[in-house]
Design a protein. Structure first.
Lengths: 102, 135
């Protein structure tokens, strides 16, 4: 039993990512998309928080939203897996539920 | 007869700054017609939706907070409220509306609809659902 969580807000805008990571269960997947991808970057004020709170979940980022924002793939933090739309759909189909954090 | 599923409506936004809270309530009322196992979750700024004494007259807004007290009539009787979200905002259960439902299995005794849970407890509630709808 696992949940796919999606986060589409920047962690610099509000607490959505923090709240998501605070409620996700071990083994859940968290996909950062749209402005949520800023939470996947290394070397910023949120990086350690995300790495710490996300230690027990699988972190993913939607690659097309990363490139759309001019973020170099090398700036995506270690341990965060980049996925495309097809893989996103596959993740949604294979989990028990999807919870969107708006 | 179709299978009854567990639906959770997640409320994370304060009541009047955006339309999310009011829309969530509309969807809950519509969804109540489908005889599913419905719960509501209130966390983060969503706990502000349940405060008592809301008076929107001078602001020119529709005060939809009394609707929460009518949910019991639609068999929506589980309103999970996160303790940490209350604490962070300096709120206690006393600051929230007294929301009750009549338990038809217990001689229509009035029982509280609000269930205060810890953050970990809220995570358990979320993980126990078939469908999670966020607002």
């Amino acid at each position: 039993m696992s949940t796919l969580h999606t986060v589409n807000k920047s962690p610099f805008q509000n607490q959505t990512l923090i709240s998501c990571l605070g409620h996700a269960k071990a083994g859940d997947s968290v996909l950062l998309m749209e402005d949520g991808v800023y939470g996947a970057m290394s070397g910023n004020a949120m990086s350690e928080v995300v790495a710490g709170m996300g230690a027990n979940v699988k972190l993913f980022v939607l690659g097309s939203d990363v490139t759309a924002r001019g973020i170099d793939a090398g700036r995506v933090a270690e341990g965060i897996t980049s996925v495309n739309y097809e893989e996103f759909v596959g993740m949604a189909a294979s989990c028990d539920r999807v919870q969107n954090w708006l | 007869m179709s299978e009854v599923k567990k639906f959770l409506y997640v409320n994370r936004k304060a009541p009047y700054g955006t339309i999310y809270a009011q829309e969530a309530l509309e969807v809950v009322l519509i969804g109540a017609a489908f005889d599913q196992d419905v719960s509501l979750a209130f966390l983060d700024d969503g706990v502000f939706q349940l405060t008592k004494g809301q008076d929107t007259k001078d602001a020119g807004l529709k005060n939809f907070s009394p609707t929460f007290r009518a949910l019991g009539d639609y068999e929506v009787t589980k309103l999970y409220v996160e303790q940490e979200s209350l604490d962070e905002r300096g709120l206690t259960l006393d600051d929230l509306q007294d929301i009750q439902y009549e338990d038809e299995d217990d001689d229509y005794e009035e029982k509280p609809s609000i269930i205060v849970v810890s953050r970990a407890g809220m995570a358990d509630v979320m993980a126990d659902q078939d469908v999670v709808l966020s607002f």
